[in-house]
Write a protein that binds this ligand. Structure first.
Ligand SMILES: NC(=O)C1=CN([C@@H]2O[C@H](COP(=O)(O)OP(=O)(O)OC[C@H]3O[C@@H](n4cnc5c(N)ncnc54)[C@H](OP(=O)(O)O)[C@@H]3O)[C@@H](O)[C@H]2O)C=CC1
Ligand SMILES: CC(C)CCC[C@@H](C)[C@H]1CC[C@H]2C3=C(CC[C@]12C)[C@@]1(C)CCC(=O)C[C@@H]1CC3
Length: 346
């Protein structure tokens, strides 16, 4: 292979590369010698060797220059799941993804890796060791999930091995780790406001999570192209988790205690809290023209807190060679260490 060809093979674009997962991915790709372009609505950081393209992914003209010459595109952009702006979710996750697909084809991109979510099958009831064969949620709990389902379908349906355009969706679940803007910050904010004293529902519900650095080391190795991706087997989504189911409340308690806060200990009935969360959500929608407030306990969070939701990543292990690189124990230790500013009293 001459150096020109090798260079083209190693050129990639990370859409949403300024975000939590995207930035970790950019760092791993650089370590592995990729030439990286980032496309994001804002430039979140500066790194030698990274070219930034700032724009909205719904704008094909803005997107195209960022995709030129890339053989693989990682799509990691989405509005925050904490938002309840339905129009925004639809515009970015559905219409925006159509635009990404169109721009990829125009730019001659060969592979598109979507970061979907394991929550595309979650509708508020127990999920135990689910494989990817589980159908999409018929009644998604929130707009985020609703549009992640549509997004994943669009991307997988666009897979066209005959024309040399391969798509794959990875479905992480509850990504955490250094710089995560969601899980640990929401938890600490709730603890600081005295809201983390309660256990919702029963204490034994298990979940799987995905520790970002471990997830990305693997992903950045380019193992995202399924070996079996052939015209007869073109559409693939893969659960990616730490592969160590843990009790939800034990996981949260270890993070909280690690940061100096008390673990939750008083029990509240699941149905009562879920009902209250629905009521609050409705109030927030009705009162929006007059005042804005964001409830901590959203129906989605309460559902996640009170049910089993653990997923099998056997397919990714078998077909993609996926292995979680860090134990859950180590992942929690590293995560706690990375948030000195969120410790009690800091
Ligand atoms: N975090 C988690 O637990 C999980 C996340 N995922 C998925 O992983 C992906 C990455 O998530 P995460 O890193 O946590 O999210 P972040 O919000 O940290 O990153 C997403 C990035 O995309 C940017 N973005 C949003 N809208 C647009 C747009 N219209 N055009 C260009 N860029 C845009 C965001 O900018 P801005 O911040 O300004 O909006 C942000 O920089 C998402 O697709 C998410 O659905 C899946 C499972 C679990
Ligand atoms: C307030 C408490 C009841 C819960 C605090 C912890 C939660 C903030 C997190 C626990 C599981 C997380 C999770 C997500 C966001 C943060 C949690 C609810 C996602 C919804 C993020 C986006 C996804 O694609 C799925 C995630 C599932 C797990």
């Amino acid at each position: 292979m001459n150096s020109g060809v090798r260079e083209v093979c190693k050129r990639c674009t990370v859409i949403g590369g300024s975000g939590f997962l995207g930035r970790h991915l950019v760092e791993k790709l650089l370590e592995r010698g990729y030439i990286v372009s980032v496309f994001d609505i804002l430039q979140g950081f500066e790194l030698p060797g990274v070219t930034f393209h700032v724009g909205d992914l719904c704008d094909r003209q803005a997107l195209l220059p960022a995709l030129q010459g890339a053989s693989v595109v990682f799509h990691c952009a989405s509005p925050s799941p904490a938002s309840d702006d339905r129009a925004l979710f639809h515009r970015v996750n559905v219409e925006g993804t159509r635009t990404v697909l169109q721009a990829c084809r125009e730019a001659g991109v060969q592979r598109l890796v979507l970061t979907s979510s394991a929550s595309v099958v979650f509708e508020g009831t127990d999920i135990k060791n689910a494989s990817e064969d589980l159908p999409y949620a018929r009644r998604p709990i929130d707009y985020y999930t609703e549009t992640k389902i549509q997004q994943e379908k669009l991307v997988l349906e666009a897979c066209d091995p005959g024309r040399g355009f391969l798509t794959v969706a990875i479905r992480p679940h509850g990504i955490f780790g250094p710089r995560d803007p969601q899980l640990v910050p929401i938890l600490v904010d709730s603890a600081r406001r005295g809201k983390m004293k309660f256990i919702i529902g029963f204490t034994l519900n298990m979940i799987t999570l995905a520790y970002s650095p471990a997830l990305l080391s693997w992903r950045a190795e380019g193992r995202v192209r399924p070996r079996e991706l052939t015209p007869s087997c073109p559409r693939q989504a893969y659960h990616i988790t730490n592969d160590e189911p843990v009790r939800f409340w034990e996981f949260l308690s270890r993070l909280l205690v690690g940061l100096g806060y008390e673990a939750p200990r008083y029990h509240l009935p699941y149905r009562l809290v879920y009902g209250l969360a629905l009521l609050l959500w409705l109030l927030a929608v009705l009162l929006r023209p007059l005042l804005t407030f964001r409830p901590t306990f959203t129906p989605m969070r309460v559902a996640l807190a009170g049910t089993h939701h653990y997923y099998s990543c056997a397919r990714a292990k078998q077909e993609l060679g996926y292995r979680p690189l860090v134990s859950l124990e180590e992942a929690i230790t590293q995560t706690v260490r990375s948030y000195p500013h969120l410790r009690l009293g800091a």
